[in-house]
Ligand binder design. Structure first.
Ligand code: NAD
Length: 417
């Protein structure tokens, strides 16, 4: 079993045991309901036909239809998709959304495909799994290297097969096909609400609190932009090519402008005060809030003892390795866990699905307010569970999420467990 799935199983077992669940229940909760696999043939521009391995793992639907993204990446594996599907189950449960958890993936480097090949692959994925998809069955969304354009092709293929309009089958769609405006920034916005709430609990003053953000893509940029707009000082930012530091702080909008002109974040330093540092140094800066918003496995046993921030807000999935967590907690660092911190995206997807289902669209302000309410309510529940049980925020989030799913499974009757 791959490390990522072992981690997911370990987290479930630890929460399950603390909740007093028996081993049979823990095993049911740890087992996907369906594992769908297929080989998708694509006629390439060269004239050859190439097959791509594709997966859809439907982990648990006790609380509602399966929900989770589809990633196109060369490193996709079935174990990884299983782990990500399980995390979706806990995330939707923690946020109180009427969904279960799922994830999909295709082993492919989409950068090596032409647009026509990518469209053919996306449509092939839907043809393979269309019987199992639908607004009350399983609702995919974009994930790594998939985007609204891919969702548009997938929706069109699904509607050709089902011979009816069905926008609620996919979220993260282009606005013209039933997408909603807030979706693009929702993960960063949710992360901002979580960082700000955790900072206030820790007694930090936004006017003097310092922040380092690793990763400057959709999520990293949006959370940095919003924290800056609310007075926080963004002293460090990074992308895959390197990191920049300034004691005086950066305006993320100016850094993004420079990145789009020069191709990387480091180019900003030639026109502003500050210096280049490495991504490893960024993680170990003496800042109030550290926001890993790039990749998993960034804080490991080897560097955990060097982390000096007061808060870690996990915007990437799994940036803290489970073996590093004890050191961080011992050093009194609060971790806002990924299943809470980065749940703004799936919460906005829930809004998109709800609006598609009843064909009535809210204003941006309505979506913003509802996102804030849902995320802050989940934060307060997690924080007070953490205080009440004397455990970290991650364990508290798992206790709440696993318990809700376990109760829903139980209420469905004895045949389920
Ligand atoms: P993105 O592709 O837009 O941005 C990723 C950023 O990380 C880029 O700036 C890239 O240069 C940077 N990066 C890559 N390798 C790096 C490295 N070694 N060191 C530092 N920076 C590096 O992706 P995104 O949508 O912003 O997602 C970021 C993370 O958040 C991912 O882990 C993703 O799974 C997670 N996430 C995203 C969403 C969402 O809605 N976009 C939702 C939940 C979780």
């Amino acid at each position: 079993m791959e490390e990522v799935l072992l981690t997911a199983q370990h987290q479930l077992e630890s929460a399950g045991k603390r909740l007093g669940l028996d081993s049979r229940t823990i095993s049911v909760l740890g087992t996907p309901k369906e594992v769908l696999e297929d080989d998708i043939p694509v006629k390439m521009a060269s004239g050859d036909t190439k097959n791509f391995n594709a997966y859809r793992v439907q982990h648990n639907d006790a609380l509602g239809p399966f929900k989770g993204g589809i990633r196109f990446h060369p490193d996709v594996s079935l174990d990884e998709v299983k782990a990500l599907a399980m995390w979706m189950t806990w995330k939707t449960s923690l946020l109180g959304l009427p969904f279960g958890g799922a994830k999909g993936g295709i082993i492919v480097d989409p950068h090596e495909l032409s647009e026509a090949e990518l469209e053919s692959l996306s449509r092939g994925y839907v043809r393979s799994f269309s019987d199992s998809l639908g607004p009350s069955k399983d609702i995919p969304a974009p994930d790594v290297y998939t985007n609204p354009k891919v969702m548009g092709w997938m929706l069109d293929e699904y509607e050709l097969i089902s011979k009816c309009h069905s926008p609620a089958t996919f979220t993260g769609k282009p606005i013209e096909l039933g997408g909603i405006k807030i979706r693009d920034e929702a993960t960063g916005l949710g992360g901002f609400f979580m960082a700000d709430a955790a900072a206030k609990k820790a007694g930090l003053d936004p006017k003097s609190a310092t922040v380092a953000v690793q990763g400057f893509g959709n999520v990293g940029f949006n959370i940095a932009r919003l924290l800056h707009a609310h007075g926080y000082k963004i002293v460090a930012l990074s992308d895959s090519r390197g990191a920049i530091y300034s004691e005086a702080g950066f305006n993320p909008l100016e850094v993004m402008q420079s990145k789009s002109e020069k191709g990387s974040i480091s180019g900003f330093i030639s026109s502003a005060s500050g210096k280049e540092i490495t991504n490893e140094e960024l993680l170990e800066l003496d800042v109030d809030i550290l926001v890993p918003a790039a990749l998993s496995g960034q804080i490991l046993p080897k560097n955990a003892g060097n982390i000096r921030s007061k808060l870690i807000v996990e915007m990437a999935n799994g940036p803290v390795h489970h073996a590093a967590e004890e050191t961080l907690l011992k050093n009194r660092i609060t971790i806002v866990p990924d299943i809470l911190a980065n749940a703004g995206g799936v919460t906005a997807s829930y809004f998109e699905w709800a609006q598609n289902n009843y064909g009535y669209y809210w204003s941006y302000t309505d979506s913003y307010k509802r996102l804030q309410d849902i995320m802050l309510s989940a934060f307060e529940q997690t924080f007070s569970k953490s205080q009440g049980e004397g455990v970290g925020m991650r364990q508290a989030a798992y206790l709440l999420a696993v318990e809700r799913v376990a109760r829903a499974v139980k209420y469905r009757g004895s045949s389920k467990i």
